[in-house]
Ligand binder design. Sequence first.
Ligand SMILES: [Zn+2]
Length: 318
Amino acid sequence: MMRTLLLAAGLLWIAAAPAAAQTATEAQAVAATATGMSDDQLKKLPAKKLFGGQKGPATSMKARAIGSYAKGCMAGGKALEVDGPAWQVMRLSRNRNWGHPELVALVERLAVEAKEKDGWNGLLVGDLAQPRGGPMLSGHASHQIGLDADVWLTPMPDRTLSRKEREEIQGKLVVKDRKRIDPAVWTESHARLIRRAASYPEVARIFVHPPIKAELCKWAKGDTDKAWLAKVRPYFGHNWHFHIRINCPADSPNCKNQPEARPEDGTGCGNELAYWLGDKPWPQPPKPDATPQKPAKPAPPLTLSALPAECRAVVTAQ
Ligand SMILES: [Zn+2]
C-alpha cells in the first residue's frame, strides 16, 4: 500500500514539476539553434522561446535597454545578487534576477534604505528580467528590457531562505479584495517603502492594487510634496507585490519611455482612483441570459520580427 502511494506520489511529482523544466529545455534547444541562422530565418522564430532559453547575458555587448517595456530586450544585463545585505531573491529557478545595471543598483539602494529607515528587515525580490530580457515563457507582458522589477510586500525573514523555500513561500495578500486593504496585514512600513521607491527620480511608475493606492492617498494627506503619488498607478494583480518601472537610462538610445504619468489632479487620488475602485476596469460576469460566446482564437506567438532588429543581435551574441 505504502509503496503504491509513494509510487503514485512520485509519478505525480514527475508529471507536475518537470512540465516547466521541459518547456525550458525546449526553449534552450531553440535558443541554441539561433546562432548561425540567417536574419530571415531568425525573424520567424518564437521570441519567448529564444529569450526564455538563454541562460546567460550577452556579455560581449554593453548594457542597453532596447525597445519598449513590453516589446524589447536587453544587452549587457547584470544579475542582482541572490543574497544581499538587505534583500533575498525569490524563485531562483526562473533565472529572472537580471536587469540593466541602473535597475539593479536601484533595487539594491531601495532595499538598503528601507532597512535603515522604513522598518524593513530587508526585501524579498521577485522577477526582474531574463538574462537578455525579451518576452517570457510564462507570466508578465512587460519586464522585457531590464527596467522593471517586482518587490514583495511580505517582509524578509531574519534568516537566509533555502532554495526550496524561495520556490514555495507565497506572498501574503495585503488586501481583502479589489476595493479594501487588509488592515491586519497592511502597515505604515508598506506605505513608507512605496513612497521611497516612487520618490527616486529614476522611477517612472509603480504599480499597485487599487486599494493600496487608496490607502496611500489617505496616508499622504499631510505630505507637502505629493508628486510621488502621481507615479503610483493602480493596476490589476499587484496585491501581494508591487512593480517598479524605471525610465530609459542615458546609455540606451533605442529605449522607448512611456509618456510621463500625469494624472489631472496631480496625484491620481481623485477620478483615476475612483475609476479603479469602480467596476469598469474589471471583467464582468456574463449575464444569465447571454448567448455563450465562441472562445477567441489565441493570438499567434510573437516572433522575433516583432521586436527591434537589435534584439536579433542580442539573442545570438556570445
Ligand atoms: Zn511586475
